[in-house]
Design a protein around this ligand. Structure first.
Ligand code: MSP
Length: 472
């Protein structure tokens, strides 16, 4: 048994949870459930990123005191995470006093690598990011992600000397000490690291009021990313806690492609600066698109996750995201694909199998079975490589195989011919196959898998009153 720490990016609380936010949670949750199944002790962090101008100005626009605004929106994320049945253990808010104290400790420890200088350049408030002149020119002065012109900044800042750590970060990425998955993202980060400049890590208080004060300088407030990234250790009680010793470094951090640079360069620099190990894995997912396009209010193609959840239920939602949304590339969510997957795979393949087999068992008085957990190496290899949709393909192959087995063995004919011993054998064999498969399915669809296990391990098998996945 080992101790495994799993982290997710913490969303800004300047809006409602978005269908894309589900990605970090579902991937991390699947990994957490896999490790628990193996018997590991799992800590699993989620949280909300509540400081910065973006959040502050949205609160002002809504005429709500910022403290109230962040509380309200943080609660919406908490509900969303609960609705997704995410098995997290820790929820961190960057406005928590314990977090603020930890971040200030991080800053103090980093001081040998910090210097002060003038910043004269560009900034994107949407990304909360300082932008280089080269990037400014490449993007013709406008952020491609937020479709907003970059802001010109001339101000006094503290800088973190990234150059102190560049070589160490490069070797950690190259050697796999900090493995970046998928491989093409690793290459992208190695290229970005080549000319990564020192980064500004504070803003003058007059430019940024809503943030963590820099220790020893009342005129400066910490840049939101230093504050936000530190959540991964503040939640474990950095600097002095047994949990830090037991759970750090993280086994895996799940992030979207847009924020990888902060996790592959800034975060390692902070960690090395304060003398901590680097996370073992950075797992980078793509973006969820809507009908092939980035979701935006102006295009009117934003998908409300609550609507999808309320319409089709959680197992269908989890299933679609974990099997049909590519884990690493950008991937499209369309209602048509979702409905097809629901009808063909969940209702026909799985729902029918459960209903048919349970009905046959009941009719022929065949009891449920006991079954031990069998994690196959084929499954574990895929899970350890974060190839979750492929691991779910493997589970689905087993479900289809069981359907074929029923069709081939025709237990109803055996019963008609009075071969009752053979009926017992055939049905119990199928039950064992299905319970074994359901055990693997628990990492993806915990509720459905448990339902299946309960049905086929009971002394008297009773078919579900309603099909598991009723068709419309
Ligand atoms: N607050 C920062 C993260 C700080 S982590 C120390 C942030 N917040 S965010 O709300 O913009 O994004 C949170 C997570 O959601 C990120 O991993 C981001 O990539 C992910 N996604 C946001 N939109 C997404 C999609 N459309 N699709 C998939 N993931 C998306 O960045």
């Amino acid at each position: 048994m080992s101790k495994v720490y799993i982290c997710t990016a913490i969303p800004y609380v300047n809006g409602n949870p978005h269908i894309g936010h589900a990605m970090d949670y579902l991937l991390a949750d699947t990994y957490a459930r896999y490790h628990r199944l193996k018997g590991d002790e799992v800590r699993f962090q989620v949280g909300t990123d509540e400081h910065g101008n973006k959040v502050f100005s949205t609160a002002q626009k809504n005429h709500i005191p910022v403290e109230e605004y962040v509380q309200e929106n943080s609660d919406k994320f908490r509900e969303f995470i609960k609705r997704l049945n995410i098995s997290y253990t820790d929820f961190v808010r960057t406005t928590d006093p314990e977090h603020v104290r930890s971040v200030q400790e991080v800053w103090k420890k980093l001081e040998p690598h910090i210097y002060s200088a003038e910043y004269d350049g560009w900034y994107c408030e949407g990304c909360e990011r300082f932008v280089t002149q080269k990037e400014y020119e490449e993007n013709e002065g406008c952020c491609p992600d937020h479709q907003k012109p970059y802001q010109k900044l001339s101000e006094h800042n503290y800088y973190l000397r990234i150059s102190d750590f560049k070589e160490r970060i490069r070797s950690a990425i190259e050697s796999g000490e900090m493995r970046i998955t998928p491989e093409f993202r690793k290459q992208e980060m190695l290229r970005l690291l080549e000319d990564a400049p020192d980064i500004s890590i504070s803003r003058p208080r007059k430019q940024l009021t809503w943030g963590v004060p820099v220790p020893g300088d009342d005129d400066q407030v910490m840049y939101v990313w230093v504050d936000a990234l530190s959540n991964y250790i503040s939640v474990l009680g950095y600097p002095d806690s047994d949990d830090m010793k037991e759970f750090w470094p993280a086994a895996a951090q799940f992030v979207g492609k847009d924020i990888l640079r902060f996790h592959a360069i800034t975060w390692p620099a902070i960690l090395l600066g304060i003398g901590l190990d680097l996370p073992k894995n950075l797992v980078v997912h793509g973006h969820v698109l809507s009908n092939g396009q980035k979701m935006s209010k102006s295009l009117g193609n934003v998908i409300d996750p609550m609507e999808v959840l309320n319409r089709k239920g959680l197992p269908a939602f989890r299933y679609f995201f974990l099997r049909h949304i590519d884990s690493f590339a950008d991937s499209d969510f369309t209602n048509e694909k979702f409905e097809n997957a629901y009808n063909n795979e969940l209702a026909n393949d799985l729902g029918n199998l459960v209903q048919r087999l349970a009905t046959l068992c009941k009719k022929n008085d065949v009891a449920g079975v006991q079954s031990e957990l069998k994690l196959t190496s084929e499954f574990c290899v895929l899970m350890d490589k974060f190839e979750f949709s492929k691991a779910l393909d493997l589970v689905w192959g087993k479900i289809q195989q069981l359907n074929k087995q029923i069709d081939d063995q025709k237990p109803w004919e055996l019963a008609k011919n009075g071969e009752s011993e053979r009926v017992q054998e055939v049905l119990q064999d199928l039950e064992r196959g299905l319970v074994d498969t359901a055990q693997l399915l628990t990492v993806f669809l915990p509720e459905t898998a448990q339902q299946i296990i309960d049905i086929f391990t009971a002394t008297a098998v009773i078919p579900p009153a309603q099909p598991l996945f009723p068709k419309n």
